[in-house]
Write a protein that binds this ligand. Structure first.
Ligand code: KIV
Ligand code: ZN
Length: 385
């Protein structure tokens, strides 16, 4: 089975989320936790963009034990030199070069020709290759780029010695079947593509970043770029935890392995949420507070009989202690009895029926039923512990 590498860009693309600002200590804490989680590559920042990023990338490169650390860079030599200064002491110096390749970007943003984009890319890859062990080059806005041009430019950067080519869906525009076809096409038609790593990098503007990343893997991507909790520009990036757990739970389907230590997922998500102030929605897959909570009577009854009836992921797999049976107006007697037992009571059936009725009346008026509420109901019925 081939292995997919996780490239985490929480500290670079993730930090581009409007209003988000992490200081050096916070970035270092996150990087150390990403290392514990087992991500293959940490993109720690954009060293040439400002002094704080330079220092932070340098510090992370020195501190991290297992992950490879990389930094983003434009194609200009001064950026590449600065990135080298920041990363030269790391175990496996790696640079991430990027330039846009779509017509709309080349014309309106870069004001260049396609030939100039190829020329500058080739020159930058050659220059970076003289210094770094691993050179990654990204075709920004690849998913809105003509496949013929992508084929041409990729062939040239491969000849120049690139190790990894990343094909971002910069504006979250593509669809799963389209991105899968794109990866398949480029893998088959670009000369030398079989000797390099192909990477995906999806944004969530249409809510498909994770689905698109998984489809890219199906199409042949060996690296996925993502962020913790899906933070990032606009609607954010593909979330690491969702891709990782999907690949794990559906290993039978995707047929790929990964190096992540999944029980570190919840802790990593909570740390990023706390340090960024970015609240994780309750219904967020994998890490939301409701991801392992059941409220309806039918579901609670099913889970109590056999958890796999309504849970495809065990909470422990991602570092969550246990699932939750939330008591509310839809809860059934089975879950209610469970809670009563958990609180140290074991009333006979008749008493339990009465208290359950009182509980239902209360749940119709009150949204959150606490343990204290249940205690009060038991006490009102004079149930003895
Ligand atoms: O979304 C994007 O295209 C990027 C590149 C710089 C890789 O973040
Ligand atoms: Zn991006």
């Amino acid at each position: 089975m081939r292995r997919v590498e996780f490239f985490d860009t929480t500290l670079r693309d993730g930090e581009q989320q409007p209003g988000l600002n992490l200081n050096r200590e916070e970035k270092l804490k996150i990087a150390k936790q990403l290392d514990r989680l087992g991500v293959d590559i940490i993109e720690a920042g954009f060293p040439a963009s400002n002094d704080a990023d330079f220092t932070s990338v340098q510090q992370i490169a020195r501190a991290v034990q297992n992950s490879t650390v990389t930094g983003l860079s434009r194609l200009v030599k001064s950026d590449i030199d600065t990135t080298w200064e920041a990363l030269k002491e790391s175990r496996n110096p790696r640079i991430h070069l990027f330039i846009a390749t779509s017509d709309v970007h080349i014309k309106h943003k870069l004001n260049m020709t396609q030939e100039q984009v190829i020329e500058e890319s080739v020159e930058a890859v050659r220059y970076a290759k003289e210094r770094f062990s691993v050179v990654q080059w990204s075709a920004e806005d690849a998913c809105r780029t003509d496949w013929g041009f992508l084929t041409k430019i990729m062939t040239e950067v491969i000849k120049a010695g690139v190790d990894v080519i990343n094909l971002p869906d910069t504006v979250g525009y593509t669809s799963p079947s389209e991105i899968k076809a794109m990866f398949q096409f480029l893998k088959e038609n670009v000369e030398g593509a079989e000797n390099i790593t192909l990477s995906s990098h999806c944004h969530d503007d249409l809510g498909m970043a994770v689905a698109n990343s998984l489809a890219a893997v199906e199409g042949g991507a060996d690296q996925v770029e993502c962020t913790i909790n899906g933070i990032g520009e606009r609607a954010g990036n593909a979330s690491l935890e969702e891709i990782a757990v999907a690949l794990h739970i559906r290993e039978d389907y995707y047929q790929v392995k990964q190096n992540l230590h999944l029980p570190e997922i919840k802790r990593t998500s909570s740390l990023v949420s706390k340090l960024t102030g970015n609240v994780v929605p309750g219904n967020k897959a994998i890490v939301g507070s409701n991801a392992f909570a059941h409220e309806s009577g039918i579901h609670q009854d099913g889970v109590l009989k056999e958890s796999t009836t309504y849970e495809i992921i065990t909470p422990e797999l991602v570092g969550v202690e246990t699932n939750k049976l939330v008591l509310g107006k839809l809860s059934g007697k089975h879950a209610f009895r469970n809670k009563v037992l958990e609180l140290g009571f074991d009333p006979p059936d008749e008493e339990l029926k009465r208290v359950f009725k009182a509980f239902k009346q209360l749940a119709n008026k009150k949204k959150d039923i606490s343990d204290d509420d249940i205690f009060a109901l038991l006490a009102a019925d004079k149930v003895e512990a």
